[in-house]
Design a binder for this molecule. Structure first.
Ligand code: SAM
Length: 240
């Protein structure tokens, strides 16, 4: 039925497309996507021919209005190049407007690099804070890390290979003593999740330059209990 369908797509392994994602893409009147070549490949792999409409970081009011008009009469799927739309990807303004106008919005769960890295890293997961990409400039990056220093949660960042070295340096300086995990090329052939201190990881990647896509995780301050939280015991204590 008409409306907006947010469809998560694979982050490297085409086998991770969900059955429901295929159904919704098949039924869609149009697919809004960041890059028609990237999404064209996915649709092709699924044997689907669809009208694709570009919706990327540069999209403006006009692009949104056109898509919102379509959604009133047919199902419109929103995908990004990889993973869950809106998560460090376009879509937020579109969803906000659709909701304001009472257009039905559905989101299909699926691959997301941050959540996958969190589950893989072995770092505490009772509380985590997804902080997207750190700023590019050194000073802004350090300020962003200082602001996050007191947060009692595992921190999750998206990172790129060329910046990894600088970011590990900044974490070592601003968040001393924290364990860090580098989750790389998730779901792909050379998937890797490596943990250590920032300086251990720096020397490793100095010798073996990191390629591909990276999620960086930083353990909470050390007074954070690292064990699983016993929710039952907590509730019992509260009721007692
Ligand atoms: N929306 C996507 C998601 O749900 O994960 C994220 C899009 S963001 C523009 C791209 C960043 O996500 C990459 O720079 C990297 O930090 C992370 N990423 C995406 N795919 C990844 C993968 N297969 N392995 C590790 N990190 C990945």
């Amino acid at each position: 039925s008409p409306g907006l369908y947010i469809v998560a797509t694979p982050i490297g392994n085409l086998g991770d497309i969900t059955l429901r994602a295929v159904d919704v893409l098949r039924a869609a009147g149009a697919v809004a996507c960041e890059d028609t070549r990237v999404t064209g490949k996915l649709l092709n792999h699924l044997g689907l021919k669809k009208r694709m409409i570009r919706y990327d970081d540069h999209a403006g009011e006009g692009d949104r209005e056109r898509l919102l008009a379509l959604m009133a009469s047919e199902p419109v799927a929103l995908v990004s190049d990889a993973g869950t739309p809106l998560i460090s990807d376009p879509g937020y303004r579109l969803v906000k407007l659709a909701r304001e106008r009472d257009i039905p919005v559905t989101s299909l769960p699926g691959p997301n690099a941050a959540v996958m890295a969190m589950t893989l890293s072995g770092l505490p997961n009772d509380r985590f804070l997804f902080a997207g990409f750190l700023p590019n400039k050194a000073k802004a990056r350090e300020d962003a890390l200082s602001e996050l220093a007191p947060v009692r949660a595992t921190l999750i960042f998206y990172e790129t290979a060329p910046r990894l070295e600088a970011t590990l340096g900044a974490i070592g300086a601003v968040l001393p003593g924290r364990e860090v995990a580098v989750a790389r090329e998730l779901t792909k052939r050379f998937e890797e999740c490596r943990s250590g201190t920032p300086s251990e990881l720096s020397s490793h990647y100095a010798a073996h330059p990191a390629k591909g896509e990276i999620v960086l995780l930083v353990a909470p301050p050390s007074d954070e209990p690292a064990e699983d939280v016993d929710v039952d015991a907590m509730l019992q204590a509260e009721l007692a």
